[in-house]
Design a protein around this ligand. Structure first.
Ligand SMILES: *[C@@H]1O[C@H](CO)[C@@H](O)[C@H](O)[C@H]1NC(C)=O
Ligand SMILES: *[C@@H]1O[C@H](CO)[C@@H](O)[C@H](O)[C@H]1NC(C)=O
Ligand SMILES: *[C@@H]1O[C@H](CO)[C@@H](O)[C@H](O)[C@H]1NC(C)=O
Ligand SMILES: *[C@@H]1O[C@H](CO)[C@@H](O)[C@H](O)[C@H]1NC(C)=O
Length: 309
């Protein structure tokens, strides 16, 4: 256990102590730490530090509007939909074919959510050896089969130091709404025809999920966390029985303002506190920390970093 915890603290130090980078870009806020893509999807409002320092990073988010939402309506991009209403083009991504459905499950913490017909793109094209598929980020299910005379010279995209093959989907750091496909001629510019801005994030968006993860105080798990900034979360982690909090300083005291604390299930954490998940098949290699309340930030770590030796 001692080893695990030591490692956890080291890993957290490495991953989450973020040097704040240049501010003059559209998505500068994403250079800050915290589960920002999730707050954006939920439509929470940033609350800034009330200090004389110039800071574009956020102290916490105000998500109180979520408590006033109707459980039998769907919400996306600040728009409200009623039962059986179709997801409008302005809120839809190119392949979405979705309808708002309320849930029958009134005993659970469940809410209305968009249910989508995914059959449109269900049949995958099969390709012969030496060939590959290239999608089109602006069209639904359009896939071109490419059979180069020499597979060796299939082109490669250098996306800020990460490499993708021609035809591969990639996500851009700090831009959870961009859908990109590596294609010949890519030179680092995340613009059409390589990348197309979507009308909702490509994350595990809460509007498409009947489980009310926010009310259950669950936390998003991020992938591709580079220097603390985030691309997209791919899963939610809810409290399980043996999850424990490791306070960053002892003794544990409540903050003066409860709004400055993170909530996870029925647990409260101060900024900097770590949540160590109990051993669990699905969540065994994640690390969670209270960075920007009220939601914890979790990320995947390597197996050797979290398993007891
Ligand atoms: C987003 O909404 C606009 C306006 O309705 C629409 O023209 C566009 O096609 C949508 N974008 C995507 C990626 O579907
Ligand atoms: C791809 O490989 C073929 C055969 O080796 C070669 O003739 C061609 O010039 C290569 N194309 C590029 C773009 O490198
Ligand atoms: C890929 O991009 C990174 C950062 O944009 C750059 O430092 C690196 O030199 C590039 N690699 C190659 C092989 O061009
Ligand atoms: C991450 O941080 C390290 C050290 O501060 C820096 O050398 C590296 O370039 C950063 N990488 C990215 C992708 O920002």
């Amino acid at each position: 256990m001692g080893i695990t915890r030591n490692c956890v603290q080291v890993c957290v130090y490495v991953a989450f102590i973020v040097a704040v980078v240049v501010a003059d870009q559209e998505n500068a806020i994403f250079a800050c730490s915290g589960p920002l893509a999730y707050y954006m999807d939920l439509g929470c409002m940033p609350v800034y530090y009330n200090t004389k320092y110039k800071s574009f990073c956020v102290k916490r988010f105000d998500c109180s509007h979520l408590r006033r939402r109707y459980k039998d309506k769907c919400y996306i991009n600040g728009h409200e939909y009623i039962h059986n209403e179709i997801l409008r083009k302005e809120d839809a991504n190119v392949c979405d074919n979705c309808i708002c459905k309320r849930t029958e499950n009134i005993n659970e913490i469940e809410v209305a959510a968009f249910e989508c017909d995914k059959s449109k793109c269900a049949k995958r094209t099969t390709v012969n050896q030496g060939c590959y598929l290239r999608g089109d980020p602006s069209e639904c299910c359009k896939e071109e089969v490419i059979c180069p005379s020499n597979i060796q010279n299939r082109s490669i995209c250098n996306v800020s130091g990460e490499y993708y093959w021609d035809g591969e989907l990639f996500h851009v750091q700090n831009e959870p709404n961009l859908k990109c496909i590596c294609q010949p001629g890519y030179n680092g510019q995340n613009v059409p025809p390589f990348c197309v801005k979507q009308n909702h994030s490509l994350c595990d968006h809460p509007a498409f999920e009947h489980t009310d993860y926010f009310r259950r105080n669950c936390a998003p798990i991020f992938i591709n966390v580079i220097n603390g900034t985030t691309t997209c979360y791919r899963k939610m982690k809810c409290q399980s029985l043996d999850d424990i909090v490791v306070p960053h300083e002892t003794p544990f005291v409540m903050d003066d303002d409860i709004n400055d604390m993170c909530l996870f299930g029925n647990m409260m954490l101060r900024i900097g506190d770590i949540m160590e998940p109990s051993f669990d098949e699905h969540f065994n290699c994640i690390l969670c920390i209270c960075e920007v309340p009220p939601v914890l930030s979790c990320k995947y770590v390597e197996r050797y970093e979290c398993l007891p030796k």
